[in-house]
Design a protein around this ligand. Structure first.
Ligand SMILES: [Mg+2]
Length: 419
């Protein structure tokens, strides 16, 4: 085969529930599910293995789950935390290869072809991943290995999730004995409707499709599903045969152009610098934190604001270039402060936005011999880690405790937007 690659698909087991259990050691041996306990009609988004062994399934109603499992602990989802953990896992993977493609919040593809000579076999890399992810997030990883994405994905879904080691490799040598005997609905992207079509065509296992001549399969599909079905036929036939040339495409990290944050404000509350300052600090902290997470420093800081006194309104958008790229809160904050004081007309605020642009990879700038910048970066990243683990309200500046601080309110809003 030309261009043989080694691809991993890493799946976090009971992702949301595992994160909640890691945050609450007292629940270690209890059945835990994530869903809204206040809404009995709401659904279970995730259940831990103990809850699953007691019959709880994802997507069933909270009330049904609680009837089955009386001592089920139902925890309200904290989506922002799950996203942070997902990003943290991406960072762990990026220490193994720069080809990491997030596929969903709890699944990511890694192309480790270039890492094998450094880090060992694919299986050794899989075990390394399991250990590192477990230690830093509490989530157990199941890893599928394959020569391409489709086989890695089917290895995870059909095998790694079912064996205790949580690792399985599908290759062109073993698909015939391992994958082909499985019923056709075990194939990626085959749902109930499609497997009913296949059943009526006499195709019951993945191998039944794989072994057909492609043109014969296309002909049969056209008879059932019309002329438009050629592309579908080709797709399913390739999947069954483990053919997938698509590359692992790194996610947003390489596509981000700006990092910004802003707020529409109740102007009666933001009249003086004393009112505005705490909010400004929060926006700076959030922008810098996101920049650190994505691994970007910004050279240009921009501030946009709108103000009104009820009779007249005014707005401005101004930017300035820093001496060097940064994501340090005091450096970005000083620029924001200066820009704001220079252009604010002194009327109550209705909007405040800050933006970091002209981004560059932070690895280039971390070391600075003239001042102990690395220590500052480490300190701010340590705070990020705590926030990732315990939520954005774990550490808020004292200023947020003032009446205009919105960090707590916002954290609650994010939590409330999940449904
Ligand atoms: Mg999962």
């Amino acid at each position: 085969m030309p261009h043989e690659r080694t691809i991993l698909l890493v799946d976090g087991q009971s992702f949301y529930a595992s994160i909640e259990k890691a945050a609450r050691p007292d629940l270690k041996d209890k059945p835990v599910a994530v869903g809204d306990p206040a809404r009995k009609n709401g659904i279970i988004l995730a259940a831990c293995p103990i809850a699953k062994s007691r019959g709880v399934t994802t997507a069933e109603r909270v009330a049904e789950a609680m009837a089955k499992c009386r001592d089920l602990v139902v925890i309200r989802p904290r989506m922002q935390t799950y996203i942070s953990v997902s990003l943290l896992i991406t960072e762990i993977f990026e220490s193994i290869t720069d080809l990491v493609e997030p596929y969903s919040i709890d699944e990511q593809f890694l192309d480790v072809t270039g890492s094998i000579s450094l880090l060992g076999s694919a299986e050794e890399i899989a075990r390394l991943i399991q250990t590192r992810v477990k230690l830093s997030t509490g989530v157990w990883s199941r890893v599928g290995i394959g020569p391409n994405k489709i086989l890695a994905k089917m290895a995870t879904d059909n095998f790694s999730k079912k064996n205790p080691a949580g690792i399985f490799e599908l290759t062109h040598n073993n698909i015939e004995t391992e994958l082909w005997p499985l019923p056709v609905h075990k194939m990626f992207m085959v749902a109930r409707r499609m497997s009913a079509h296949f059943a009526r065509m006499g195709l019951h296992t993945i191998g039944d499709i794989a072994r057909l001549d492609l043109n014969e399969f296309k002909r049969q599909m056209r008879l059932r599903m019309g002329r438009q079905s050629d592309i579908q036929a080709e797709y399913y036939w390739q999947t069954a045969n483990g053919i997938d040339p698509s590359p692992v495409v790194p996610g947003m990290r390489s596509q981000i152009k700006v990092i910004n944050n802003g707020r529409a404000l109740k102007w009666s509350m933001y009249r003086t610098m004393e009112d505005i300052e705490p909010l400004m600090v929060e926006l700076v902290i959030e922008v810098c934190r996101r920049a650190r997470r994505y691994g970007y420093m910004g050279r240009v800081v921009a501030v946009g604001a709108a103000e009104t006194d009820g009779y007249q309104s005014s707005s401005f958008g101004r930017q300035m270039t820093l001496q060097r790229p940064s994501y340090l809160e005091h450096e970005v904050g000083a620029a924001v402060h200066e820009l704001f004081l220079k252009h604010w007309k002194g009327m109550p605020l209705t909007q405040l936005h800050i933006t970091l642009t002209d981004l560059s990879d932070d690895r280039v700038y971390q070391l600075d011999l003239f001042e102990d910048r690395e220590r500052l970066i480490r300190r701010e990243k340590a705070v990020d880690t705590l926030k990732d683990k315990f939520g954005p309200t774990a550490i808020v500046r004292a200023s947020s405790l003032l009446k205009t601080g919105q960090a707590f309110e916002r954290a609650a809003q994010i939590g409330g937007h999940w449904a």
